[in-house]
Design a protein around this ligand. Structure first.
Ligand code: NAD
Length: 343
């Protein structure tokens, strides 16, 4: 089997999940890691037995013979790093938010297309087991044609402890979790025609919005509600679970807290536990997220080997970026945005 040679760029908080995920995947190997903070790069190299650590991505791409890079920095660095990979003819995975602006995201897609290399956005929510299961059941026609969905991520977990930069950003909830939830809405229900969004800043320690509620009108007539709050008090706190309901013409799929998936039909229902085993390297409550990272990585090896289109690709993620960015316009103006007219 060909083993694809990869390098990870950005050795911070979330990158450890990527590294553990790569260690589980056959057909790819991380041969180098890079961080501007060389102490972080060296620690990652030592912890995961990686041959080389770099402080400069350009030097790494000049030196190493790579098939792909896995970019796990925060968004301000994504464009320069993805374009660097494209210049070297190397495929790229880019963490979300793909970019801070639509123009930057378009430029990244163009650069990779021109170089003829795959570009995937590390959109792991759709790779979480509950959503893989929902997607498969919808695709199999078990609930008929989806007509209504609600996708919800509400908690008060202090996720700023691991990601302190989030308290400083002007665009918080939509560009952090909103992108994941909009990707799910497109994946489960289809493309979006109209969008109306309200945002709220509730927690005084953050600069941006930490809550939003959106109403989406989908092509073909379905409606969905996408909602998120990082200051919603529940006991026990449900972080990092996303709950969802998708109603179709023939039945309903209801994903409840505790990873309980209930499929309803007229006069009957059955329940499936869609939780996953905690990986040996992982810990609760992160298990579903951690397994989704490994699943995404496994999928990307198929992309590199020409067996699959990236789910999602950079080009597909432009539509998700558009929804998140249009949501700010809707929230500011109080208007409904027709996506074909946005920008
Ligand atoms: P972090 O700040 O902990 O780590 C980012 C690292 O990138 C830092 O160590 C920084 O020094 C390094 N870096 C920045 N620019 C660089 C450059 N040009 N070259 C080399 N290294 C560079 O951030 P994090 O919390 O790990 O988040 C990283 C990304 O992952 C963010 O975009 C975040 O939104 C995303 N994230 C995704 C999920 C998910 O579930 N998909 C969860 C958490 C974070």
């Amino acid at each position: 089997m060909t083993v694809r040679r990869g390098a990870l760029i950005g050795c911070g908080f979330f990158a450890r999940n990527h590294m553990h995920g790569w260690a589980e995947v056959e057909g790819a190997e991380i041969v180098a890691v890079c961080d501007r903070d060389t102490a972080k790069a060296e620690r990652m190299r030592a912890d995961f037995g990686v041959p080389h650590a770099y402080g400069d991505a350009e030097e790494m791409l000049r030196t190493e013979k790579l098939d792909f890079v896995d970019v796990v920095t925060t968004s301000p660095f994504h464009k320069q790093l993805v374009e660097l990979a494209a210049r070297h003819g190397v495929a790229a995975i880019c963490q979300k938010p793909f970019a801070d602006t639509y123009a930057d995201a378009e430029a990244m897609v163009r650069a990779c297309e021109a170089a003829g290399v795959p570009l995937a956005v590390h959109e792991n929510f759709r790779w979480q087991r509950p959503f893989v299961e929902l997607g498969e059941r919808i695709a199999a026609g078990r609930i008929g044609k989806p007509v209504y969905a609600r996708i919800s991520f509400r908690h008060a977990f202090d996720y700023y402890a691991n990601q302190p930069y989030l308290t400083e950003v002007e665009r918080l909830s939509l560009m952090d979790i909103g992108l994941h939830l909009y990707d799910l809405a497109r994946y489960l229900v289809g493309e979006v025609e109209t969008l109306a969004c309200r945002t709220q800043r509730i927690n005084p320690i953050v600069r941006g919005e930490d809550s939003f509620t959106s109403l989406l009108g989908h092509v073909g007539g379905a409606t969905s509600v996408v909602e998120c709050s990082a200051f919603a008090k529940y006991d026990p706190d449900p972080f990092p679970e996303t709950t969802a309901v998708v109603e179709g013409t023939e039945g309903t799929l209801e994903l409840l807290r505790g990873y309980r998936l209930i499929e309803h039909h007229a006069g009957s229902s059955f329940e499936t536990n869609v939780d996953v085993e905690v990986p040996a390297w992982g810990a609760k409550p992160w298990q579903v997220v951690q397994r989704s990272v490994a699943a995404f990585n496994r999928h990307f090896v198929d992309v590199l080997n020409g067996k699959a289109e990236a789910q999602p690709s950079g080009a597909h993620n432009l539509g998700t970026m558009a929804l998140a960015l249009a949501s700010y316009d809707s929230a500011a103006s109080g208007s409904v945005i027709r996506m074909s007219e946005w920008r």
